[in-house]
Design a protein around this ligand. Structure first.
Ligand SMILES: [Zn+2]
Length: 363
């Protein structure tokens, strides 16, 4: 007999991963207080995002399911948790719980109230804030434990201990030393969830290799998807997420050079994160790139000279009636810009750029 398809979805939590697509999927119930469901054209499924136009009024909730789960980049649960700000209910909500709901707090608090339609913000906050306050210390302890492990594994924040060992070797050392395995005591694992749990009305009486082949070819059975992990325990979700990332050699965790948050770079040389919380947030990748251009403009002597000469010569043109002055200026501007381009492309070095700017100061 097949295992019964009885994986709870409502007010519950399930997570699974796809290594090759670098995605993770989860199902949960979330309140739509300050949040909205976002559909990104690059993703097959929606995700949850904060919405800055908080209009007030009724607060609805929604539950994702196996046919339409929430989709995030690989490792997002773990990354959001270590970046979360647990100093107040409001910050804990907007940096973490708004994405995952409260049902994952089962190990810290018995009888977490189920999500429902709340009539006001007050009603919502009064339901969950007291619970948060009671368990806040435990959340912070757990965050510290996981953050420390990640700092150790990836040599973050000047943690250079055992730096010649691989992240996975260090992960296992840390996990055994701190007995992280105790956080795997409340997980149910469902293998081949869509196929083996009767969602396609396949029974042990009717199964044939032909049917299996059809589903493999159509992608219904996707061997790149991990098993589905079902748990109500935050620590257990973290255990699964950390084990997944630690055992994946193609992934590492860094801190962002702009905002300091932990992130998983898409390419190993990336310095800035692309973490956003609100719909209209600009990523550090975008901010960082323009900041480094501004810095360059201020610090590269050749570019400083160009800007000074530019201003001076522009004044001359404005004061002069002579067409030739204007033409010379246009010509100089064109040449100077192409020199800067050569410098930006590393075709000439900074002193060559300075030299050129000095030599061509006046026409
Ligand atoms: Zn950042």
């Amino acid at each position: 007999m097949l295992r019964e398809n009885s994986i709870p979805v409502k007010n519950s939590f399930n997570i699974w991963f796809n290594r090759s697509k670098r995605k993770e999927f989860y199902t949960t119930s979330v309140s739509l207080y300050k949040t909205t469901i976002n559909r990104d054209s690059n993703n097959r499924f929606p995700n949850v995002i904060l919405n800055s136009n908080d209009v007030g009024g009724d607060i609805y909730f929604t539950t994702s399911n196996f046919k339409e789960p929430f989709e995030d980049n690989y490792g997002t649960f773990l990354i959001r948790f270590i970046n979360a700000n647990f100093s107040s209910f409001e910050t804990a909500y907007t940096t973490f719980f708004c994405f995952y709901g409260f049902s994952i707090l089962g190990e810290f608090y018995r009888d977490i109230p189920n999500l429902k339609l709340f009539k006001s913000k007050d009603d919502f906050v009064k339901t969950y804030e007291p619970i948060f306050i009671k368990i806040k210390r435990k959340l912070k302890e757990l965050q510290y434990l996981i953050k420390n492990c990640i700092n150790y594994m990836y040599n973050i924040n000047n943690n250079l201990k055992d730096k010649n060992f691989s992240p996975f070797e260090k992960y296992l050392t840390y996990a055994i030393y701190n007995n992280l395995f105790k956080y795997s005591n409340n997980i149910e694992v469902f293998y081949f969830q869509f196929f083996a749990h009767d969602t396609l009305n396949i029974t042990s009486q009717t199964i044939t290799p032909r049917i299996v082949r059809e589903h493999l070819n159509s992608g219904v059975i996707n061997i790149d998807d991990s098993a589905v992990f079902h748990t109500q325990y935050l620590s257990n979700i973290l255990y699964v997420s950390l084990a997944e990332i630690a055992s994946n050699k193609n992934v590492k965790i860094k801190t962002c050079k702009n905002c300091g948050k932990y992130f998983i770079p898409a390419k190993n040389n990336e310095k800035y994160c692309d973490i956003i919380y609100y719909e209209d947030d600009v990523t550090c990748k975008v901010v960082g790139a323009s900041n480094s251009y501004t810095k360059k403009r201020k610090s590269v002597n050749g570019i400083k000279l160009y800007r000074n000469n530019y201003q001076r010569r522009l004044m001359q043109v404005k004061r002069s009636e002579d067409e030739k002055v204007k033409l010379d200026f246009e010509n100089w501007k064109h040449l100077a810009k192409s020199k800067i381009k050569e410098f930006n492309n590393n075709e000439i070095n900074e002193s060559e750029l300075v030299e050129w700017m000095k030599e061509n100061k006046n026409s």
